[in-house]
Design a protein around this ligand. Structure first.
Ligand code: ADP
Ligand code: MG
Length: 634
């Protein structure tokens, strides 16, 4: 909208300005009137902004510089310059706001996930409606090739779903009745009927778009630096300009006042810091966009900037370095059948979202009768307590058994053990084993390549498993058998060890580690696609669940910062040179404006380079060449 208005101004005023060159008015007054009219059509908004700012006491900005410089040019009779300079300035502004718009759109567009409509079932009819109009519980139809408009559960049909726009994962996911559908994914074949589970505003697609579009609201230090810089810079150049206009004519009687006034005004036009002001946020836009293309959502320029200084990376184990998909290895009970034990445990775990619970429910595989379960309590770092058919069931690790004073099986078992007790009596245990993620070892290596000083693992799991994983992956340290609160404490210890500038990054899956995610300088969550808690608590979300993307994020950060630095040096350098030329009378107002627009364009083009993700994409071994190994009896 704003751009359209500006474009109209530039075109209308520009035409009028051009006309003044063709018609030579003999009448001086008419001539001036024509220029003034052109001036106000083109730059009226700049003048108005400058006046408003002056009234508010915020004198020193680019509008102000343009305003006094051009009014000054009028005053000394350089009408053509006054209008022309304003025209070019506006063309530059126009170009810049197009660039900003474009990069905003391209970030959102990279993630081409916004659905345009939903096929809603209304009675026997199917109507195309805006996704916003669909309510929880409604039935929608997703045809082949369509985007899934809202989060939903399949109630009919089978298909393959392409999740790549959300996760970067190129292997399609199979869905069937009962599967969860995430909005933003694309239905590849087959027709699905699904029941909506979340309104559009709460659906994955909206959350992610919000996140990406608002990422630039959190300003980086570099951007704050520019704001601070402008506070000193602008008054500085204004004072210099005044000195330039006044001092030489006073010192040397042969120097004409108007000549130096022209130089001073030129100096002011040159001094506009537009290129800097625009290119730095653009570089961050680019960095955030480039990273999101690779499945890493960075929630703000400040986090993108901080990542370059990563010194310590702390990992959660389950779901972060390991897949969090446990396979049942062994079911042992002396008082009931194995089927009964797994059923009981699955019931007790029904309301938990812990990877262990999900795996046990998957292993049980049958529908669970919610009515049989009451008084559920999750005990973080321990397990769960629930009443199943009126009887108290405890399921969790040995700490839970100890806490509840229940004697449990204490033999050496390699694997994660879920002990189960009913009504205070021990009934047996289930041994489950997780797998290390394919790229976990590469992830640790890559971090070392990026000069991360220390990699640490914190886990609530047993010592034997924790240390085994840490050794296997080449982590520097592992702390095991921690409760969520212990994790925060360990984190504090690690904080004390890092340098002042260095950053501590925590990477978790958001289950039982929200406090540490929040406490770290930068909290990175495995997006677990759809895990709301993680997406909300973290500063960076890895949509692909791959730990190797941490190094990718660090590379994106470093690249962005180096481009920002290049732009600062380049813009200030050119500015400095042209300022000196202007003061010496070598550069006129036209040179000044061309220099400024030129520098802006080059800086913007440079900023766009961040979007090129080739150089930040992880270059090492493809994921499938990693080692797959179950953590049982290893
Ligand atoms: P981590 O993610 O580091 O493994 P958690 O705090 O999530 O740590 O869990 C620690 C331990 O607590 C698990 O290894 C498991 O033994 C036990 N535990 C936690 N939640 C559950 C649960 N829902 N069911 C069974 N055991 C659990
Ligand atoms: Mg965890």
């Amino acid at each position: 909208m704003q751009n359209k208005k500006r474009l109209m101004r530039v075109l209308g005023g520009g035409a009028l300005y051009a006309a003044t060159f063709f018609f030579d008015f003999d009448n001086e007054i008419l001539n001036i009137a024509m220029f003034l009219l052109g001036y106000f059509i083109i730059g009226g908004d700049i003048v108005w902004k400058a006046v408003k700012n002056i009234l508010r006491g915020q004198v020193f900005d680019e509008n102000f510089l343009m305003f006094i410089a051009t009014i000054g040019a009028f005053a000394i009779g350089d009408y053509e310059e006054a209008v022309g300079v304003m025209l070019f300035f506006q063309v530059g502004e126009l170009f810049q706001s197009y660039a900003v718009d474009q990069s905003r759109k391209s970030i959102a567009g990279l993630m081409d996930i916004r659905p345009d409509y939903a096929n809603l079932r209304r009675g026997s009819e199917i109507v195309k409606v805006d996704p916003d109009e669909v309510m929880v519980g409604d039935e929608i139809i997703v045809k082949t090739g369509e985007k899934i408009p809202l989060d939903a559960i399949v109630i009919e049909g089978e298909s393959m779903v392409d999740t790549s726009s959300l996760t970067g994962e190129s292997v399609p996911r199979e869905v069937t009745v009962g599967s969860e559908l995430l909005s933003g994914c694309v239905n590849i074949n087959g027709v699905l009927t699904a029941r909506v589970t979340k309104e559009f505003g709460d659906s994955t697609v909206s959350k992610i778009l919000d996140l990406v579009e608002n990422a630039s609201n959190k300003k980086s230090n570099s951007e704050n630096f520019i704001t601070k810089f402008a506070r000193y810079y602008t008054p500085g150049v204004v004072i210099l300009a005044v000195l330039l206009a006044v001092v030489p004519p006073l010192m040397y009687s042969d120097q004409e006042f108007t000549k130096w006034l022209v130089r001073a005004l030129t100096f002011l036009v040159i001094s506009c810091p537009c290129a800097l002001v625009i290119s730095i946020p653009l570089s961050f836009f680019g960095g955030i966009g480039g990273a999101s293309k690779l499945g890493v959502l960075v929630k703000g320029s400040n986090y993108l900037e901080a990542l370059a200084q990563t010194e310590i990376v702390v990992f959660d184990k389950t779901g972060t370095l390991t897949k969090g998909v446990f396979n049942v290895q062994e079911i042992h009970s002396e008082v009931m059948s194995r089927e009964e034990l797994i059923e009981l445990t699955a019931y007790a775990e029904n309301y938990s979202n812990h990877p262990i619970s999900l795996s046990l429910k998957r292993a049980y595989g049958k529908a669970i009768d919610n009515a049989a379960i009451t008084n559920v309590k999750e005990l973080p770092g321990h397990g769960v307590q629930a009443f199943v058919h009126g009887k108290e069931v405890l399921a969790g690790n040995y700490k839970l058994m100890k806490k509840m004073k229940i004697a449990y099986f204490k033999g050496e078992i390699m694997g994660t053990v879920v002990h189960v007790a009913v009504g205070g009596e021990y009934v047996g245990y289930i041994v489950i084993a997780d797998e290390i993620k394919n790229d976990a070892a590469i992830a640790i290596q890559d971090l070392k390549t990026e000069k991360v000083k220390q990699t640490v693992m914190l886990t609530g799991d047993s010592k034997s498993i924790g240390e085994h994983v840490a050794k296997k992956l080449g982590l520097d340290k592992a702390y095991t058998e921690l409760l969520p609160a212990d994790k925060v404490e360990k984190l504090e210890e690690l904080f004390a060890k890092k340098t002042e500038k260095g950053k501590l990054v925590f990477v978790g899956d958001g289950v039982n580690d929200a406090p540490v995610l929040a406490r770290a300088d930068i909290g990175i969550a495995m997006g677990g696609v759809g895990s709301d808690a993680a997406i909300e608590a973290a500063d960076v979300v890895i949509m692909t669940d791959e730990p190797s993307k941490i190094a990718t994020a660090i590379r994106a950060s470093k690249k962005t910062l180096s481009i920002v630095k290049q732009n600062i040096v380049f813009a200030l350098g050119v500015k400095g040179i042209v300022l000196v030329l202007g003061a010496m009378g070598i550069a006129n107002m036209w040179t000044a404006v061309f220099a400024d627009v030129g520098v802006s364009v080059i800086a913007i083009l440079n900023a766009m380079r961040v979007l090129n993700t080739q150089s930040i994409h992880n270059s090492t071994v493809p994921a499938w060449e990693g080692n797959v190994e179950a953590l049982s009896n290893a």
